[in-house]
Design a protein around this ligand. Structure first.
Ligand code: TMP
Length: 212
């Protein structure tokens, strides 16, 4: 199906991904597309249980390798249970974080071997890659401040140091620079409607390009 498209959203904490995805989902559905919006970690019954374990601030003793494998496990379930079937039906899948989060957070942030992460990611995703990845970029301190104003959402990774989050952000910049055909960099420190207009334009361009 020409419309089947897998789009992922990445970014540091507090970049506003979740509300932008909600707006984009409603817009694309109005345009007549079949859209599945999901998130990582989680998105499935099993994945949501893994998410609770990963984000529980009481799990202070969790090692970096355990953390990485749990993110990969949640991803393995999501790909097979939801993403692959939705793409096979010709739908658009919008995913709030995907494998690039592992490279940015566990690789650049936690300093795990990038080769190991690529291998585990390949196993978890079965080689599935996004057609488009949107990086909602924001200054780390601005993002963390936004995030802190929504205490309900705080998780184990929000408790990391600012320098950890800075490494994550530079990791994202590196990933985007390495593969500009897949990545679109969007300044997330602007009004929500301005960001949304840019996202719609990016997605339309990609859809037009793929249908040609
Ligand atoms: P969020 O759903 O609020 O973005 O929270 C997800 C958190 O999990 C966020 O701090 C980034 C982190 N994360 C990783 O560290 N590695 C991963 O592979 C994924 C998917 C998320």
């Amino acid at each position: 199906m020409p419309d089947a498209m897998f789009i992922t959203f990445e970014g540091p904490e507090g970049s506003g991904k979740t509300s932008q995805i909600r707006l984009l989902t409603a817009y694309l559905q109005q345009e007549g597309y079949t859209v599945l919006a999901t998130r990582e970690p989680g998105g499935t019954r099993i994945g949501d249980q893994i998410r609770a374990c990963l984000h529980d601030v009481a799990n202070r003793e969790m090692t970096a390798v355990t953390e990485m494998l749990l993110y990969a496990a949640s991803r393995a379930q999501l790909v097979r249970e939801l993403i692959q079937p939705a793409l096979a039906d010709g739908g658009i899948v919008l995913c709030d974080r995907f494998a690039d989060s592992t490279i940015a957070y566990q690789g650049y942030g936690r300093d795990l071997s990038l080769d190991d992460l690529h291998y585990i990611t390949q196993v978890a995703t079965g080689g599935l890659q996004p057609h488009l990845t949107i990086l909602l970029d924001i200054d780390v301190e601005r993002g963390l401040a936004r995030r802190a104003s929504n205490a309900e959402e705080m998780n184990r990774l929000d408790l990391e140091t600012t320098s950890f989050h800075q490494r994550v952000r530079s990791g994202y910049h590196q990933l985007a620079a390495n593969d500009p055909a897949r990545w679109a960099l969007v300044d997330a420190d602007r009004a929500a409607d301005v960001i949304q207009a840019e996202l719609r334009a990016i997605v339309h361009r990609k859809l037009a390009h793929r249908c040609r």
